[in-house]
Design a protein around this ligand. Structure first.
Ligand code: HEC
Ligand code: HEC
Ligand code: HEC
Ligand code: HEC
Length: 189
């Protein structure tokens, strides 16, 4: 991506000459209405999942990282080890990946086990919601309950495939979706 997607010489007032402050920059593109897919299609949802907003039928729950990181994605995605100085980095920094080293300051030994645990919890709910959605007869698929449940499912899928930026909110969204779908008659009943 061009430097000018994020930086401008005209923005002397903002840290690092950024077009937007750090806590607004990444979410200005990595959001549900990114314009990068069809209208109404949820292609990505990192902004909403990180902030814990825009779900249907569930209370908002910001990511457990949101407050500590002052609403910014950069502590994970642009991590620069204190000892790196001015060196060009092979991970972290402007590679925009989120390396294990970025987790170590807070998760001693890394967060892989925690990620795996949360992922399996979310994926078990994802399977239940997908099955319940599949059981709704086509004439009811235009109903608000079906649409809201599908919205929640798409939000979770839009975030790394399984809600990785906020597993707690992902579970709340999917539990709300299940409740909504249980209120609809299915083919079997
Ligand atoms: C996707 C957005 C994005 C793009 C593209 C981008 N930067 Fe940055 N850049 C940032 C952010 C955000 C920071 C602040 C990082 C921080 O404080 O953690 C930053 C910081 C910097 C800094 C301050 C030192 C540092 O590394 O923290 C320099 C210099 C810099 N960028 C140069 C560049 C150049 C040159 C390019 C193009 C090759 C570029 N940037 C492309 C987002 C971007
Ligand atoms: C001007 C819009 C824009 C901004 C601002 C922006 N991004 Fe992106 N980002 C993109 C696009 C476009 C892609 C490529 C998407 C793709 O390939 O599907 C991308 C890709 C990425 C990827 C790789 C995704 C993958 O599938 O591998 C990460 C991680 C990422 N961005 C994080 C960030 C972070 C962190 C910031 C803020 C520092 C940021 N982006 C700011 C538009 C943006
Ligand atoms: C600035 C400190 C900090 C950094 C850096 C950090 N975390 Fe966390 N993380 C936390 C805190 C605090 C919690 C909440 C712990 C709790 O609730 O017991 C948390 C919780 C989590 C959770 C559980 C979320 C949930 O909703 O249950 C996961 C998964 C996680 N972190 C993964 C990561 C990964 C992966 C990285 C690195 C890419 C990382 N963390 C970096 C502080 C951090
Ligand atoms: C707690 C650390 C952490 C924070 C904070 C965080 N991310 Fe991530 N993000 C990760 C990890 C870990 C991955 C998966 C590993 C990777 O692809 O580097 C990831 C993956 C991604 C991807 C690729 C998703 C895909 O489908 O593969 C994008 C895009 C992204 N993050 C954007 C963001 C944006 C935008 C924010 C802020 C709203 C953010 N991230 C905040 C840790 C974090």
């Amino acid at each position: 991506m061009a430097c000018s997607s994020c930086h401008s010489h005209a923005r002397e007032d903002v840290e690092a000459y950024l077009l937007l402050p750090k806590n607004e920059l990444c979410i200005s593109c990595h959001k549900m209405d990114c314009g990068c897919a069809g209208k109404g299609v949820i292609h990505q949802s990192q902004a909403e999942m990180f902030r814990g907003v825009e779900g249907r039928g569930a209370l908002g729950i910001p990511s457990k990282h949101f407050g500590q990181m002052q609403g910014s994605c950069t502590p994970c995605h642009m991590y620069r080890p204190p000892e790196a100085g001015e060196a060009v980095l092979t991970e972290g920094g402007h590679t925009f990946d989120a390396p294990v080293s970025a987790c170590l300051p807070c998760h001693q030994g890394g967060a892989e086990a925690l990620v795996a645990q949360r992922r399996s919890e979310v994926e078990s709910l994802l399977a239940q919601v997908e099955e319940a959605l599949g059981a709704v007869p086509s004439e009811l698929q235009g109903s608000p309950l079906y649409q809201d449940a599908k919205h929640n499912l798409d939000m979770v899928h839009g975030d790394g495939g399984w809600g990785l930026h906020n597993p707690t909110y992902a579970k709340a969204l999917l539990e709300a979706a299940l409740e909504m779908l249980q209120a609809l008659p299915t083919e079997e009943r």
